[in-house]
Design a protein around this ligand. Structure first.
Ligand code: PLZ
Length: 450
């Protein structure tokens, strides 16, 4: 290793909001013009400001505007953009060995990530892991493994679920548009059931679970189900937190019926909710846990981790992929695990909740369009509905996100009806920046006249 690698090559971006041009600025507009000619129209960007540098909780665009990032690349840069230790670990690994393909000649970082996942996922039993490139690929592999283990084909999913953009995972998504529209035919044997959505269904966890189970027994048949895939806190669906006891009852039903219980923790895992995995908040011990997003600080890495006997059901050579568990991404992941553990970053998610939840509750008190504040840790959301009619107000959500961007705050939307604003900042965000971001959102709500 050379001396220069000891110093992060990416200079720290000041942790302050700064708007110096119209949004998007002239340089972004020019790149956007080039993009229109060459990038598929199927790839849409929420906010066409082109990012040049990022650090901690701030992204800086090519025009020098600095945004408070409440989205963290949809929950990926969980410990902060360009975290110094992650950058150093990845840089070092890049120079040592960039690629061999683990299934040709292996390397240690892959094994280390598997050890760390075995340690940090819920459950005190022998666990094994396969590493892949993306969340959707983790879902695909989880289903593959569950099918091989059970000898069954059925896959159960829930309303408002999101699992990815591959053929199988498109079939598992609740929302057709824009993810699936026109892209069929889709994979078969996927069965969808009602979820628990306390704001809308008013059911207890036990009632909602009974409804889900009755639906699946009727439409799929428990004996034909290989797995049930659930997001403990639904991500794209709008940070829906199920009623107490709901998920535990589903897991119990799975265990009683030989169905592999798979927790899709792609958005909710890796410290996001103040636990290593959100399953812990619900007392769940999933058979398989899917991780991605925050696991490698921004490098593409994902995994399926679970009971050794299930993971070993796949025949040798049955799992793999050219880039799966790439050394650079794996080295970055090891650094992420170390940072979370050593620096007590689970507590940072709790700190963010302690600041953000009351601030959002205060917004709700002042703006009746906010029906609910929900979520866990650094994964919080507000759902906007018309207080009289109960109709979803996606229009207000869109207007607020747009107005916030103009003022230098990136905030993402979610929800099957597009009427949820979600907050998933990096754990590196300060209380001050959080407060400032909420003020910007408050102004935007007021300007929207709600
Ligand atoms: N499961 C729970 O949140 C990805 C989608 C971004 P990939 N969510 C963000 C977009 O518009 O494509 C996600 C998720 C949950 C699976 C996935 C899929 O993960 O890494 O995007 O494939």
């Amino acid at each position: 290793m050379t001396d220069t690698l000891d110093t992060p090559t990416l200079s720290a971006v000041p942790q302050a909001r700064r708007v110096v041009t119209a949004i998007p600025g002239p340089k972004s507009v020019e790149i956007e013009r080039r993009r229109q000619a060459v990038v598929s129209g199927g790839v849409a960007s929420v906010l066409p400001v082109y990012i040049a540098r990022s650090h901690g909780a701030i992204v800086e665009d090519v025009d020098g505007n600095r945004f408070i990032d409440l989205g963290a690349g949809i929950g990926v840069t969980t410990i902060g953009h360009t975290d110094d230790e992650v950058v150093q670990a990845a840089t070092r690994q890049l120079g040592d060995v960039t690629h061999t393909l683990f299934t040709v000649t292996p390397y240690e970082a892959y094994v280390r990530v598997a050890e760390l996942l075995a340690e940090k996922t819920p459950g005190d039993f022998a666990k094994k892991t396969v590493l892949v490139n993306s969340g959707a690929e983790a879902v695909e592999n989880g289903v593959k493994i569950a099918r091989k283990f059970t000898g069954r084909s059925g896959v159960a999913v829930l309303d408002h679920a999101y699992h990815g953009r591959t053929n199988l995972t498109m079939a598992m998504n609740y929302k057709a548009a824009p993810y699936g529209t026109g892209f069929g035919p889709f994979a078969g044997s996927v069965h969808r059931a009602p979820n628990s959505y306390p704001l809308r269904d008013g059911l207890t966890g036990a009632q909602a679970a009974a409804r889900t189970i009755a639906h699946l027994e009727k439409t799929a048949g428990a004996a034909d189900l290989a797995c049930l895939v659930v997001e403990p806190v639904q991500g794209e669906g709008g940070f829906v937190v199920p009623a107490e006891g709901y998920l535990a009852a589903l897991q119990e039903w799975c265990a009683a019926n030989g169905i592999v219980f798979i927790a899709d923790e792609i958005q909710s895992g890796m410290a996001r909710t103040g636990a290593w995995f959100a399953s812990e908040h619900f007392g769940l011990v999933p058979d398989l846990v899917l991780s991605a997003k925050g696991i490698a600080g921004g490098l593409p890495l994902a995994g399926v981790t679970g009971r050794a006997e299930i993971m070993d059901a796949a025949q040798p050579g049955g799992l793999g992929g050219t880039f799966g568990g790439n050394p650079v991404a794996a080295a970055a992941a090891v650094a992420v695990f170390e940072r979370i553990e050593r620096d007590g970053l689970l507590a940072e998610a709790a700190r963010i909740e302690a600041v953000l939840r009351p601030a959002l509750e205060a917004l709700r008190a002042a703006h009746p369009v906010i029906a609910e504040v929900r979520g866990m840790g650094a994964m919080l959301a507000i759902e906007l509905v018309d207080p009289e009619s109960g109709e979803p107000r996606a229009d207000v959500v869109g207007a607020v996100a747009k107005a916030a961007a103009q003022e230098g705050v990136i905030v993402l939307t979610a929800g099957s009806s597009g009427n949820v604003l979600r907050f998933l900042p990096s754990l590196a965000i300060s209380d001050e920046l959080l407060g400032e971001a909420v003020e910007v959102i408050e102004r935007a709500l007021t300007a929207a006249g709600v």
